[in-house]
Design a protein around this ligand. Sequence first.
Ligand code: SAM
Ligand code: SF4
Length: 327
Amino acid sequence: MIDSFYRNIDYLRISITDRCNLRCLYCMPAEGVVRMTHTEILRYEEIAAIVRAAADVGISKIRLTGGEPLVRPGVADLVSMLKAVDGITDISMTTNAILLEESAARLADSGLDRVNISLDSLDVEKFRTITRAGDIEKVFSGIEEAEASGLGPVKINTVVIRGFNDDEIIDLADWAFSNSLHLRFIEFMPVNDSSFPFIEKHISSDEIRNLLFQYYPELESCSIIGGGPAISWRRKLDTGSVGVIEAVSHSFCEHCNRIRLTADGMLKPCLFSNDEINLLPALRDDVVINYDELFKKIEETIRCKPASHVDFKRVNSDSRCMNEIGG
Ligand code: SAM
Ligand code: SF4
């Protein structure tokens, strides 16, 4: 395994498509999205080749994301292909769950270990507003089916937006406790300058944490399987938990163990940087995939991972939108 500033980089997040069946206000513009073409998007065989090379570099954990990973046909086949790669021990997915009810059992059979489900409100209308289209009932049935299929512990990702869902923090926490779910409040990140004004809408994890402890002074720290950078707490007799992911107000760069692959074959050493390493020449320039070249480029990505990012609060106008990076 190669380390980067004493961090073990063992986690690869793969955006398998830039397409999405929702249009969350903070993630994608409503219109005018320039889609990647079918030829630009990596084929499953190419993703599997990258994962084989990555496993040799020391990657053992994979997360499939997007866009919405479940809109891409045959995603369960991709899970099986990746599960068969030597050295890969954990495969998870981040999804909006709109299509999860019908696919959870098949994904679990194919080897998917867990899902994270994004849900920013418990209110039907607010959910429709933030996603510009979504039916919250589908998310609830997706959560149920994920649990029934063994894709747990199910984690819920909630981006907290001032003036939109900050009044629901305690309701969401109660819901997580009473449904044995692991809900993490994520700080809104200034990725790209979508129509959403970052400074006005951002709420720090300290504010969220203070509110949680005001309502639940009995909270105690806990750790959750696949919890990543989240700081989590539970109540003594509950199986669910709440947590915060404080990517903006308290950088966790010194613990960052991940690199990211975009759907069009670019490796990103850091979410907040525009640096990308192009894997396409290793995949497409010759008749066969150049495995040695892939290996070298993955190593190079890890080596050029910055020790930390300078200014998390600055909006990065040149960045790709989050649906292309995968969150
Ligand atoms: N479509 C899937 C979903 O929504 O779960 C996967 C892709 S989405 C880009 C991955 C995660 O990124 C979601 O949990 C989403 O809420 C989060 N996200 C998107 N834009 C964000 C932003 N500006 N700040 C913080 N989180 C963001
Ligand atoms: Fe789609 Fe996920 Fe972005 Fe929402 S957060 S628009 S569901 S990719």
